[in-house]
Design a protein around this ligand. Structure first.
Ligand code: MN
Length: 444
């Protein structure tokens, strides 16, 4: 992963809000997204401070040339899939040019800031949409801490299933119910078995969140043609935050083959795609396997991936209850973790996914699995925090929770921080739980 002048910590932007210490979107980030203003169609933009740099307007103004122009044209469609499909060289060219355009040291800055009303859209005036047409969604299970805490209850003798240390476990999820941050999630109806052995159907009683990192596939692979782990990093376009909503009561009962309705109810993602290039300064070694764990099989092993396949990314989950909202108290933090705790790297996940010849396409999305770490504060879902509902927890305002209640809002944030580099963030992944729909009556 190459560092270049776009990562320089001293770079500043003529968009002043991008220079504040706490912004998620300084000029070193430059994430892509799709936005819409009332009455307009969705188009591509780049987050900078509290503004969106309008790629279509910038193209019209003739601000790009050569490879950067080609890449900006690919981004100017109805979604970012074509940009994701491009060679990473094009992504580099576009990132370089965006950085030059938005830099305070740009000799052309006077002319550009005079065009600000054309080139910039305040985030507050825009609605973010899904960044890509997501053809398929896959959910992994790659935190050994999450797996072990869950397994201690169900499989106390061997809490971590045998394959876990040999392959990144996953199931094929549901792409149609992936939704943009801000859209409510309806409590699903489902079937479960009670402690007394009675099988029931109704509104889920154990609704949970899972704090995950989402990965957007770039150029993918052809059916029947796997890609090596050496090449896999070049097939990853970027990342988002991902809430893999989970109906635990349903999940426990239905999962003879794997999760189904307990997971397909909805998946919420943050809408800015933070590129692999933006995260280059924050790469970390792969997970240090304890003595006695098997080494990854050769197809999942590369020296480069072991050296820099991890991502040092702080991940936070918050809960905002209806009472906190009405009393104006801030959301309570439920979890603080880091992506370095993941047993498998994103390159290993992608390589394994393609290893049987399964074809991945640009814009395909996969979730990392719940990003829990070793400490109690690293527990990244309620099932871990409450030991599967056995103990409730108390919020700062005295309210208690075991599972999510209607009106509860779950908010994820992430921040990559490293000495010598400008910190970058992801924006929010946020959704409120809406009551379950009334069961439809047959039309008479
Ligand atoms: Mn999950």
């Amino acid at each position: 992963m190459q560092l270049n002048e776009t990562h320089r910590a001293d770079l500043r932007s003529w968009v002043e809000s991008a220079n504040t210490v706490d912004t998620d979107f300084p000029i070193q980030n430059l994430p892509f997204g799709m936005f819409r203003r009332d009455g307009e169609s969705a188009r591509a933009g780049v987050a900078i401070g509290d503004q969106i740099f309008d790629l279509t307007a910038a193209l019209k103004a003739g601000l790009f040339e050569a490879e950067a122009e080609e890449a900006a044209r690919l981004a100017a469609g109805p979604a970012l899939n074509d940009l994701m499909a491009a060679d990473p060289k094009m992504h580099t060219a576009l990132r370089r040019r965006l950085s030059q355009l938005l830099a305070a040291e740009n000799p052309d800055r006077e002319r550009l800031s005079a065009m600000a009303s054309t080139l910039l859209v305040p985030m507050a005036d825009a609605q973010l949409e899904l960044p890509a047409v997501i053809g398929s969604f896959t959910d992994f299970l790659t935190s050994i801490y999450h797996t072990e805490r869950g397994g201690r209850v169900t499989r106390p003798d061997s809490p971590v299933p045998a394959p876990f240390r040999y392959l990144p476990i996953a199931y094929n999820g549901r792409a149609t119910s992936v939704r943009a941050s801000g859209e409510p999630v309806r409590r699903p109806n489902g079937q479960w078995r009670t402690a007394e052995g009675k099988v029931e159907f109704g509104p889920c009683r154990q609704l949970d969140f899972e704090l995950e990192l989402g990965t957007f596939v770039g150029r993918g692979n052809e059916l029947g043609e796997p890609i090596s782990i050496e090449e896999a990093p070049d097939r990853i376009f970027g990342f988002c935050l991902l809430n893999d909503w989970s109906a635990r009561d349903v999940q426990r009962w239905e999962s003879a083959l794997g999760p189904f309705l307990s997971k397909s109810l909805s998946t919420t993602i943050s809408c800015w795609v933070v590129t692999a290039q933006a995260l280059a300064p924050f790469r970390a070694p792969a997970f240090a396997r304890p003595e006695g764990d098997p080494a990854p099989l050769p197809y999942l092993y590369s020296a480069r991936d072991q050296a820099e396949g991890g991502i040092d990314l702080n991940l936070h989950a918050y809960l905002l209850t209806p009472r906190m909202r009405s009393e104006g108290t801030p959301a309570a933090r439920l979890c603080r973790t880091n992506f370095v705790h993941m047993y498998w790297t994103v390159a290993q996940m992608l390589t394994h996914h393609m290893s049987n010849g399964c074809n991945m396409r640009p814009g395909d999305l996969f979730g990392s699995g719940t990003t829990s770490g070793p400490l109690d504060e690293n527990r990244a879902c309620l099932s871990e925090i409450t030991t599967r509902g056995a103990q409730s927890f108390t919020l700062p305002n005295g309210e208690t929770r075991t599972w999510l209640e209607d009106g509860d809002e779950v908010i994820f944030r992430a921040r990559a921080e490293r000495a010598g580099y400008r910190s970058i963030g992801f924006g929010e992944c946020r959704a409120r739980v809406a009551p379950s729909p009334p069961w439809p009556k047959p039309k008479s």
